[in-house]
Design a protein around this ligand. Structure first.
Ligand code: PEP
Ligand code: MN
Length: 359
């Protein structure tokens, strides 16, 4: 867990308005969070990247003294979004110690590099939101640019990915992407932003709980004294006075089992899984050996590798057999597509070898 945050607390909680709108709003938010003691950092957007022009683009530098005043008066720390070198400079000059890079900036290596250059040699923590498109390499690349500039206090923020016409989410969560990121970099903290994933208040509990169930390291939740009149993202921000209750409604899961009996039971079950997996592998190998024989037979007799009737028949039979065993048809279909792909690959190789031998 990021030891560079103001308070050691698990999971990390960052909350605050989408945008800093007025000094009064910032002071109200800071006072609430000091009393609540549930958040490590307060967020507030100062420069807002908007999809369309003529929308509220943030208060800009005018808001920075409000944040500085709240930090001073309440002993809280703010984090704000930066998208260019000029923002970085203004933020640091105002005493902001935590920055984040937004999804629309992470997509652009030029902008990320500009921010990294502006931070060169400074010991400032940066949260890196995922790019708006589902591209894990781009997300990793942005963090690498910061690391190359000597920034080592980095956490990732998962805020979902833009998909055209997602019926549920504003930004579809595609959990497999942050899971892959965690698998590649187990020590990197990943904070989930349910507000920008959900886009509406109703979904926040469900997405936050899922993030905790999956073992992610924290939450960033947009919270506003009166979201209905918020200048940006009014539908997804939760009411400030409901924040404590919201957080208390979430179940924080432990990362590991602690008592010996459960640990022993778990070890036994995992041993069974290991054995089953080994059998699956042995059977896969047996299956491929037979596929090889079939491939040679087809090659000898000049018969095509792919036979649509046989493949349709396999899919029908395997999904029906799966249904008989109460297994999800989609799961079985997915697995057999992979198996079939491997068979086709092997048989194509055999057919090609056969041709070269003949020449
Ligand atoms: C925000 O946090 O207010 C924001 C603009 O988020 P994102 O970059 O994830 O869209
Ligand atoms: Mn927002």
């Amino acid at each position: 867990m990021a030891e560079w945050l103001p308070k050691a607390q698990k999971p990390v909680v960052i909350a605050g308005p989408c945008s800093a709108e007025s000094e009064a709003q910032i002071m109200q938010v800071a006072e609430y969070f000091v009393e609540s003691e549930k958040v490590q950092l307060i967020r507030a957007g100062v420069w807002k990247p908007r999809t369309r022009p003529n929308s509220f683009e943030g208060m800009g530098v005018k808001a920075l003294p409000w944040l500085a005043k709240a930090q001073e008066q309440f002993g809280v720390k703010f984090t704000i979004e930066v998208a260019k070198a000029e923002h970085v400079q203004a933020a640091l000059d105002a005493g902001i110690e935590y920055l984040w890079i937004g999804a629309r900036t992470t997509v652009n290596p030029f902008s990320v590099q500009e921010i990294a250059d502006a931070l060169q040699g400074k010991d400032i923590p940066v949260f890196v939101k995922n790019p708006i498109n589902p591209d894990l390499q781009l997300w990793i690349g942005a963090m690498e640019r910061l690391i190359k500039a000597g920034i080592h206090k980095i956490a990732a923020v998962h805020r979902g990915f833009n998909t055209y016409n997602d019926p549920i989410y504003r930004n579809s969560p595609q959990w497999e992407i942050p899971i892959e990121l965690k698998t590649k970099f187990p020590n990197l903290d990943i904070i989930v932003d349910p507000s920008h994933i959900g886009g509406k208040r109703d979904l926040l509990h469900q997405i936050s709980q899922k993030a905790l169930d999956l073992g992610f390291d924290g939450l960033m939740i947009e919270t506003h004294p009166n979201p209905d009149v918020a200048l940006s993202d009014p539908k997804q921000q939760i009411f400030l006075d409901q924040f404590n209750q919201f957080l208390d409604g979430l179940e924080i899961k432990q990362k590991h089992f602690e008592d010996q009996v459960t640990l022993d039971q778990l070890a036994q079950l995992r041993k069974m899984i290991d054995e089953i997996d080994h059998h699956l592998i042995e059977n896969l190998k047996k299956r491929l050996d037979i596929v090889q024989q079939i491939g040679e037979y087809k090659a000898d007799h000049g018969v095509t590798v792919f036979q649509v009737e046989r493949w349709t028949e396999i899919m029908r039979d395997r999904t029906e057999y799966a249904a008989l065993h109460n297994l999800d048809a989609q799961l079985v279909k997915g697995i057999w597509k992979e198996i079939h792909q491997a068979s086709i690959q092997l048989q194509t190789l055999i057919a090609n070898n056969h041709l070269t031998e003949k020449k």
